[in-house]
Design a protein around this ligand. Structure first.
Ligand SMILES: Cc1cc2nc3c(=O)[nH]c(=O)nc-3n(C[C@H](O)[C@H](O)[C@H](O)COP(=O)(O)OP(=O)(O)OC[C@H]3O[C@@H](n4cnc5c(N)ncnc54)[C@H](O)[C@@H]3O)c2cc1C
Length: 484
């Protein structure tokens, strides 16, 4: 049977975009269906990754400038800089990213259809747009990459003026003096440090007993030490009782209860940023009608090759759940295309090969086993540490808060994990990732010339530190260096 397209992709975020680009390289005919009238690129460019990182970059510049060059009148950053300055920084970035995605789509001859995509049968997608005739397209394969959206909380009214979510915070018109962030995940923590950098007094209210529980304990300690110096207060293990406006005091009041002792407390703020969970965009997609399986939380079920239970229908990105990151979505979309068009894709998406990046100020990143996990698995590991205060590059940039920690096997020095808190952590992690992917050991960092001064020098210092520990534990240095 002849179809209009080799693949129809519903949703143009990282998963859909990368599937489209890879498919064109296989000389396939591709249609992207996108509901947004304004832009292609999904929440990656327009509501999530890129705008939040642009806000972070501006806040970081302001913080660096303010802390290095002070203010003769003792003003806080929010008294010297305006939100308009930050928006002026962010706007051209988003414009350029949107243009680039559009250009790539045109250059690679991918067709687009604007409207709501709904799967009618295993090879047909209907595109609905208000005021226009519904169009129907056929495809040999279909990829669902419709992403996710913030879940609406039950007891909090997100009015998008005083009480904001991760999309509406991007349109805030001023730098708040006080901000309460309700949430315990990565995005909540990133925004806490971004606004603290602008001088905002930030209170984080988390319903978990600790925030970012998956971090290596030393990384977490270093991070807490660093944020103690900032305007951030964290309350763990709480439940939100009420959020209301106090017109007399012209502020918002957040009433919360500590779970441990049921004590009620109130905090006054200018704005509340509510960062709850996400829900997959699977409504009105035709999934039920076709019997496409989803899990209890509504995420689409796929196998390791991104195939749903209906042949020729694939799903990738946030719509399939964990890890719900742009970084992973790019790879998933590409792998789905490779599977559709019969290429042997060599790529790994296991927990140990996937790094995480937290774009707080400073950054946090990690890959592989933490020291605690290695011990739980009864693997004899040694750790090597490098403190940023010992890095010339960190001195030069006045960014000396940070630590890099290597976790490696004591018997053969094989690298099992890297954990970093500090400037450039999300970039630096990839050197560790390469070494781990090649099953190499920490001697790599000692035996190669690394550019100097760099933050990457931390790998060398940590490797020497780790070898010293093995030596102190009784192994002769010469013997250590002969280990492979
Ligand atoms: C504040 C924030 C910060 C983030 N920071 C990072 C980060 O630093 N690093 C990182 O890796 N990830 C980050 N993420 C996550 C990242 O943005 C998402 O994981 C990623 O965008 C998911 O890509 P996707 O392709 O699955 O879907 P999306 O990017 O959500 O795109 C889905 C697209 O599908 C369209 N669509 C939905 N339904 C239909 C339909 N029926 N018909 C047609 N079109 C439809 C939508 O309009 C949208 O354009 C962040 C997210 C947020 C919210």
């Amino acid at each position: 049977m002849k179809y209009d397209y080799d693949v129809i992709i519903i949703g143009s975020g990282p998963a859909g975009f990368s599937c489209a680009m890879q498919s064109t390289k296989f000389d396939k005919k591709v249609l992207i269906v996108e509901a947004s009238e304004e832009n292609l690129g999904g929440s990656w460019i327009n509501k999530g990754t890129v705008p939040s990182k642009a806000l972070r970059a501006a806040a970081k510049l302001i913080q660096s400038f303010h802390s290095q060059f002070g203010d003769e009148r003792g003003r806080k950053p929010f008294e010297r800089f305006r939100m308009e300055d930050i928006m002026d920084y962010k706007r051209p970035i988003l414009e350029s990213k949107n243009k680039k995605v559009k250009d790539d789509i045109v250059k690679n001859e991918v067709d687009t259809a604007n409207g709501w995509g709904k799967i009618i049968d295993a090879n047909t997608v209907e595109v609905f747009k208000q005021g226009e005739d519904t169009k129907t397209y056929t495809g040999k394969n279909i990829l669902v990459s419709t992403g996710s959206r913030p879940s609406a909380p039950q007891n909090v009214n997100i009015d998008k003026t005083k009480v904001l979510d991760y999309a509406s915070i991007l349109d805030i018109t001023h730098i708040p003096r006080r901000l309460v962030i309700v949430g315990s995940g990565i995005i909540a923590f990133e925004y806490a440090t971004i606004f603290a950098a602008l001088g905002t007094r930030v209170t984080v209210l988390s319903d978990l007993s600790e925030i970012l529980p998956f971090l290596d304990h030393e990384i977490k300690n270093a991070m807490f030490k660093s944020i103690q110096k900032k305007n951030i207060q964290i309350f763990n293990n709480i439940s939100i009782e009420n959020i209301s406006s106090n017109d007399l005091r012209t502020c918002e009041e957040v009433l919360f209860k500590t779970k441990e002792n049921n004590r009620l407390q109130v905090v006054e703020t200018d704005h509340v940023l509510y960062i709850g969970g996400k829900i997959p965009n699977t409504d009105n997609l035709g999934l039920e009608e076709l019997g496409i399986e989803r899990d209890k939380a509504g995420y689409m079920k796929v196998d390791g090759k991104y195939r749903t239970n209906v042949p020729n229908i694939y799903a990738a990105g946030d719509v399939i759940g964990y890890p719900a990151l742009a970084s992973a979505s790019f790879l998933q979309g590409r792998l789905a295309s490779c599977e559709m068009f019969g290429s042997k894709a060599i790529a790994e998406m296991s927990d140990t090969s996937m790094p995480y990046g937290i774009y707080s100020i400073p950054e946090i990143s990690g890959i592989g086993l933490t020291e605690e996990q290695a011990e739980e698995l009864n693997i004899d590991v040694t750790v090597g540490r490098a403190y940023y205060s010992n890095l010339t590059r960190a001195d030069l940039n006045h960014e000396t808060d940070g630590i890099l920690k290597l976790v490696f096997r004591t018997d053969n020095l094989k690298l099992l994990g890297v954990h970093i808190f500090g400037e450039q952590a999300t970039d630096m992690i990839h050197l560790g990732q390469s070494i781990m992917a090649h099953n190499d050991n920490i001697k790599y960092f000692i035996e190669r010339v690394l550019n100097y001064p760099t933050y990457t020098e931390a790998y060398k210092i940590a490797a020497f530190n780790g070898l010293n520990r093995v030596h102190k534990a009784g192994v002769k240095y010469k013997k250590i260096l002969n280990k492979s």
